[in-house]
Ligand binder design. Structure first.
Ligand code: FES
Length: 147
């Protein structure tokens, strides 16, 4: 089947039932998308499908269809750039494992809602767990990226 990943058409020979996460990491080598729980509970595997943040571990590659897949390696543009800059400026990472997923969720939020409230941020990133517990810094980074 053919996928559009980070604006490139990619041909993959896999079982359509394979989770998108495995195809991204194992077949296409895009290891910026992380495996955490594999059950849709942690958000480490967050990617965009047509700009919407989704857990790639719970979507079969065969269900992606014609939707465009974006991973942390392929994010570009003003919003994603602002997210990267604010993450660095505010040091919004400890161990860093959850950060690609957090940043993908933040980018989707800021694209849909350029001036989010604390509640908006908490709601949009609710599914992205940080085992280091730095949610305040992550929230502050999202606000700074919005400025
Ligand atoms: Fe997909 Fe945890 S690895 S939600």
């Amino acid at each position: 089947m053919t996928l559009v990943v980070n604006d490139r058409r990619r041909r993959v020979e896999v079982d359509p039932a394979t989770p998108l996460l495995w195809v991204l990491r194992e077949t296409l080598g895009l290891t910026g998308t992380k495996f955490g729980c594999g059950e849709g509970l942690c958000g480490a595997c967050t990617v965009h499908l047509d700009g919407e943040a989704v857990n790639s571990c719970t979507i079969s590659v065969g269900d992606v269809g014609r939707r465009r897949v974006s991973t942390i390696e392929g994010t570009g543009g003003r919003v994603a750039g602002a997210v990267r800059e604010s993450w660095l400026a505010l040091d919004a990472a400890e161990c860093g494992y959850c950060q690609p997923g957090q940043m993908m969720a933040a980018t989707a939020l800021l694209t849909a809602k350029p001036r989010p409230s604390d509640e908006d941020i908490d709601g949009a990133l609710r599914g992205n767990l940080c085992r280091c517990g730095i949610y305040d810094r992550i929230r502050a980074a999202v606000h700074q990226a919005a400025e």
